[in-house]
Ligand binder design. Structure first.
Ligand SMILES: NC(=O)c1ccc[n+]([C@@H]2O[C@H](COP(=O)([O-])OP(=O)(O)OC[C@H]3O[C@@H](n4cnc5c(N)ncnc54)[C@H](OP(=O)(O)O)[C@@H]3O)[C@@H](O)[C@H]2O)c1
Length: 443
């Protein structure tokens, strides 16, 4: 007779990820239970609409619309919050953690907005809050930073954290399609979140950036404290010009720490990055995270950043950690006292203001196609001590032209001032568009 313990799991939410967790536990049950030394049972599944047809069949007695059957049920060992949102998910997560339960989540928006409180509640009540699936889907980046690279301090973490925007940029680059054409395809394929701003304005990737910042540096930053710019302004001309100059355009999360100044720059924005960088070659819906530690050097992880199977792989990995804990293994996450110490990592750590950034920049300026226009633009840039590295002009119908420029190293404050001056110039027809050129080696 088996002496294996049965661990009872309750799922809050049975959509894309929830059904993936069920399906993949069933698929690999034997190997999984062998590895964990425990039996797994998904005893309760809670949904909003019990009438909805699902791909995965659940025995009727385990299926309900009552979250209390998971959250307040003493027989449930692990609560998986896979419903999303920051309303009811917050209230239910609070309630489960206050009862000392282990909660596993994929909900990046919730952690970003309420992580500080929820981790504290978990620590105060002897529960735990696991979140591997909240950043970069199937890539085990949380475990990698928290455990595998624990010997390090992190000078630079950067990468691609939103598969939808990466898909759009890849199609624009490969097929010369416009942003709108590609967005239409991404919508048809179901890649775009219902709230499109999450993908297109960078908010989803910014949520993940905030989580990685806390994990690596012990500092919670608000979305309103960081640069967060999406991909809507990128055109085919930008991508083509970048390509001619040896760059790709990617939506990059950048978490850069200057240990000598105790400054931290956290940002999420489109950037030109040299094609020779590994991260630049990561296309389609894939995500990539490059982590530079002072001991290990640079490690790059690449994988599927979303989707049912990849995301459920990470949720099941957290379930596995929870099962080990329930069997008496020490917690793989920081304890309450350590959490206080952990936050001391961030003592005196200041966020670098955007204006203090330095680097190279790409500018696209729409102008009247007339004599002397380039000289006028150059003068405005020169007045801000910005020198040009490359200039390309493309005539557009109707007597207008696009100027695509790259600068030598300069200060962001100068670029911001120049943008204002340019916009006020009579020959400039629209607000100039500007992207940073990111060089990881210069960090
Ligand atoms: N999908 C991905 O690739 C992916 C990747 C990484 C992280 N995530 C995160 O994973 C979480 C789940 O995403 P998903 O794609 O699986 O979402 P989803 O397909 O929309 O599923 C959400 C599930 O939660 C249920 N639900 C919503 N509100 C509820 C409520 N008040 N009470 C009970 N059940 C409720 C829904 O019930 P009904 O089915 O009855 O409506 C549905 O089953 C989100 O936080 C998301 O950000 C998703």
């Amino acid at each position: 007779m088996s002496t294996k313990r049965t661990v009872h799991i309750g799922l809050l939410g049975f959509g894309v990820v929830g059904q993936g967790v069920w399906k993949n536990i069933e698929k690999n049950r034997q190997a999984l239970e062998y590895r964990l030394g425990a039996s797994l049972e998904i005893s309760q599944v809670v949904v909003k609409n019990a009438e909805k047809k699902r791909d995965v069949a659940v025995p009727a007695e385990r299926y309900s619309t009552d979250p209390a059957r998971v959250v307040d049920n003493p027989d449930i060992d692990i609560v998986c919050e896979l419903m999303g949102g920051t309303g009811e998910a917050l209230e239910l997560t609070r309630r489960a953690l206050a009862q000392g339960k282990i909660v596993v989540t994929a909900n990046k928006a919730l952690i970003c907005e309420h992580g500080e409180e929820l981790f504290a509640t978990a620590h105060a009540n002897g529960g735990h809050y696991f979140y591997e699936a909240s950043v970069a889907g199937g890539i085990p980046i949380i475990k990698t930073i928290r455990e595998a690279l624990v010997a390090n301090r992190f000078k630079l973490i950067y990468g691609i954290l939103n598969g939808t925007s990466n898909y759009i940029l890849t199609r624009m680059e490969r097929e010369g399609l416009s942003f709108d054409e590609t967005l239409g395809d991404a919508r048809r394929l179901g890649y775009v979140e219902a709230d499109e701003a999450l993908d297109l304005d960078g908010i989803d990737a910014a949520h993940k950036t905030v989580i990685l910042t806390y994990l690596a540096h012990g500092k919670w930053v608000g979305l309103d404290q960081i640069i967060c710019e999406g991909i809507r302004e990128i055109t085919g001309d930008d991508i083509a010009t970048a390509s001619e100059l040896g760059f790709k355009i990617k939506l990059l999360a950048v978490i850069q720490r200057d240990f000598s100044q105790n400054q931290l720059s956290v940002r999420l924005h489109p950037a030109l990055i040299e094609k020779s960088e590994v991260v630049a070659g990561v296309d389609e819906v894939y995500n990539a995270v490059s982590v530079t530690g002072d001991v290990v050097g640079t490690t790059i992880l690449i994988g599927r950043g979303a989707g049912q199977d990849a995301t459920s792989s990470s949720v099941i990995s957290d379930i596995a950690d929870a099962v080990f804990m329930l069997q008496g293994a020490p917690s793989p996450v920081i304890s309450e006292e350590d959490a206080t110490l952990y936050r001391e990592l961030a003592d005196g750590l200041e966020l670098t203001p955007a204006e203090a950034l330095k680097g190279r920049y790409y500018l696209r300026i729409q102008v009247k196609d007339e004599e002397g226009v380039l000289a006028r633009i150059s003068n405005i840039l020169a007045a801000q001590h910005i020198s040009l590295a490359t200039v390309k002009q493309k005539a557009i119908a109707g007597g207008t032209a696009s100027l695509m420029l790259t600068t030598h190293e300069t200060e962001e404050s100068s670029v911001l001032a120049a943008k204002k001056d340019l916009a006020a110039q009579g020959t400039v027809l629209a607000d100039p568009v500007c992207f940073r050129i990111f060089n990881p080696s210069a960090s």
